[in-house]
Design a protein around this ligand. Structure first.
Ligand code: HEC
Ligand code: HEC
Length: 289
């Protein structure tokens, strides 16, 4: 090994290492870098002592603080549950009208309602309550059983044709299957129903006969003008909103076989404050009365 010497070109000393005449300049690491480097080693050792760090065969080193993220989350969750619990009690105690007037309760009810809706209702009513064939859209202003808060609570609690003793009863009769109307009469009244909401009707269908069949068989539930009856869950047939569909084939099927959509009863399955929250959520979706 050669002696350390001064390099004339760079003005620095060499380390004394040399390979085939190429000499290594002595350029040590900057001091700030070295200090940071040693400091991080010290930090790491301190960390290993204090916090959980090294895996062992069956366990791990727990560290002097005995810290555990899982335990920390557990504590936070417990606090959250407590806060939620208190708020849910407040929700349970408040009347529906109070909830809609109190911004804090309203926000809470909507959030709870939305979550519970996703868990329990969206499979049938669609996410956001947009509905599907046979499953009513809950965003619109059209209600089978009524869109006031109390009516919505009632429907959620006891359902429709759910088998619960307090459920909404009554259904669309099976006029064809039960032999009340003949096939051609069903076609005629189906066209009449289309005309009620301004849809085009089949060429040459007998309007007077359609009106007569409707008056004799349908107005008892759907009303003189076909505007429906929420006491009976009979839909408005004039509003261009269809639960099952408005083409002639679907209408004929409805009139021939009847319809009896089943909405389950939620009383006993969901606690009263959740049902309240759901009602508020549905009511504020857009079509609440
Ligand atoms: C198994 C499917 C199903 C589930 C789950 C379900 N519903 Fe329904 N729901 C229906 C059907 C079907 C109707 C329409 C009943 C009818 O034809 O009269 C309905 C009707 C309603 C109505 C009345 C709408 C109106 O126009 O009057 C409301 C409100 C409602 N559901 C809310 C809910 C809420 C809130 C939940 C969740 C807790 C829920 N539904 C879960 C099937 C369901
Ligand atoms: C006993 C009462 C009752 C009578 C009578 C009745 N309906 Fe209905 N109708 C209902 C009910 C209730 C529904 C809703 C069924 C459901 O929600 O599943 C309904 C649904 C309908 C629908 C489906 C509307 C949609 O949005 O898809 C049509 C169409 C209809 N009825 C036409 C008629 C016609 C036409 C007659 C006479 C021939 C008639 N109804 C007689 C109770 C009645």
């Amino acid at each position: 090994m050669a002696e350390s010497e001064l390099d004339e070109v760079s003005g620095k000393t060499t380390t004394g290492h040399q390979w085939d005449g190429i000499k290594e300049l002595n350029t040590p690491l900057p001091r700030w870098w070295l200090i940071t480097f040693y400091a991080s080693i010290l930090w790491a050792i301190g960390y290993w002592v204090v916090y959980p760090a090294w895996p062992l065969l069956w366990s791990y080193t727990r560290g002097a603080l005995n810290y555990s993220t899982r335990a920390a989350v557990g504590v936070e969750l417990a606090i959250l549950e407590k806060i939620r619990g208190d708020k849910m009690i407040a929700l349970g105690a408040a009347s529906l009208a109070d909830i809609e007037k109190d911004p804090a309760l309203l926000t809470l009810a909507r959030a709870r309602g939305k979550a519970a809706f996703g868990d329990n209702c969206a499979p049938c009513h669609g996410s956001g309550g947009a509905g599907a064939k046979g499953y009513p859209n809950l965003n619109d202003d059209d209600w089978l059983w009524g869109g006031s808060l109390d009516q919505i609570v009632q429907t959620i609690q006891f359902g429709a044709r759910s088998g619960h003793t307090k459920t909404h009863e009554g259904a669309m009769l099976a006029f064809g299957k039960d032999g009340i109307l003949k096939r051609d009469e069903i076609g005629t009244v189906a066209n009449y129903v289309r005309s009620l909401s301004g849809l085009p009707t089949r060429q040459g269908y007998d309007v007077a006969a359609g009106a007569k069949i409707f008056a004799e068989n349908c107005t008892s539930c759907h009303g003189e003008a076909g505007k429906g009856n929420q006491e009976l869950g009979a839909p408005n047939l004039t509003d261009k909103i269809w639960l099952y569909g408005s083409d002639e084939a679907t209408l004929s099927e409805t009139i021939t076989n009847g319809r009896a959509g089943v909405m389950p009863a939620w009383v006993g399955r969901l606690d009263p404050s959740t049902i309240k929250a759901l009602a508020v959520y549905v009511h504020t979706l857009g079509g609440g009365k």
